[in-house]
Ligand binder design. Sequence first.
Ligand code: PMP
Length: 407
Amino acid sequence: SADFDVQRIRRDFPLLARTVHGKPLVYFDNANTSQKPLQVIEAVDNHYREHNANVARAVHQLGEEATAAYENARDKLATFINAGSREDVVLTSGTTQSMNLVAYSYALPRLKPGDAILTTVMEHHANIVPWQLVAARSGATVKAAPIDQRGELIVEKFFDMLTPEVKLACVTHVSNVLGTVNPVRDIARECRRRGIPLLVDGSQALPHRPVDVQALGCDFYALTGHKMLAPTGTGVLWAKREHLQAMPPFFGGGEMIREVRFDGTTFAEPPHKFEAGTPNIAGFAGVGAAIDYYQSLGFSAIRAWEHELLIYATERLREIPGLRIFGEAAEKEPVISFLIEGAQATDMATLLDLEGVAVRSGHHCAHPLMQFYGVPATLRASLAFYNTREEVDAFVAALLKVRKLLM
Ligand code: PMP
């Protein structure tokens, strides 16, 4: 699209100008982690150069500036996901920590033998293993709703499985392997009708689409900063106020208390109740800059360009003999998993790397999904708004070359 100046945008991402093994880098591993624009890099750098101090512990000027940077990120995140209130935004180290917080603080105290947690076959291990750990401690079980061959959740089956013993339902907004976008609003409505709280894993949604957690109607929403232009070690758990108020703290330590006494400690109000210890302050300064960056581009332009790239890449890949794509959902984000008949995914990824192409190979932290398709691994090309049609061409040329070498 003519109004999206991808070449100008690319100049904001210094790493994209790199070469790898003497070839121009084609970075198609964005679902794993995104690259960072200068605005984010400079926000982190500037924090350490100019404002570094601990949060909420000092009355001196630097302490106030560091606290402002951290709390400012919370405000921006609250607006970004339409949280309703900044108090409902718990800052974490990423989706994994957000999930484990829900598992140990919300689910574990409520689970009894015979209860169940419902998830789906397409989940990342972060949306499976924490539930298994708390289920094992409480005598509950974890059930998984099925998907079809196209990689879409069989929604009616999911609804059928929302039986009274289910105490929590957990579903990904967007699949990290298939790109499938799940109908989270409909799922939330059915969960509410049955009084079952719903957690949504938003890790792969925020990089591509605007999210309004209140409009979605879920109870918990988890996200991770490093996939959305921000530094690693940053994330969010958004939850409805009533849940955050009812949940006991999970991590204990500094910053999360009101008063500590050996005859009984009292805790801070949410969200601080869940934010023990010194957080990733510089990282959250970067989160603020990442959100500003998304907002300067606008999601409608981002979505139009990414959709164009997805269609183009899918068409080009279909030209390759023996190539099978996993994930053909009606609505999907720019993630393409595939295999080429007769070639091992890891061998291909290794040879593609020598051509400067970065894709992921393996199980993508989604063993049950690989079991469903009956393959040990796939290759995954995951795109971002700073990718180009020329990179898709270079990727397809590299694939054809590598395919010849392996056949
Ligand atoms: N869920 C999904 C769908 C993901 O793609 C990822 C990251 N691969 C995670 C959860 C975990 O995120 P993090 O490693 O940042 O905690």
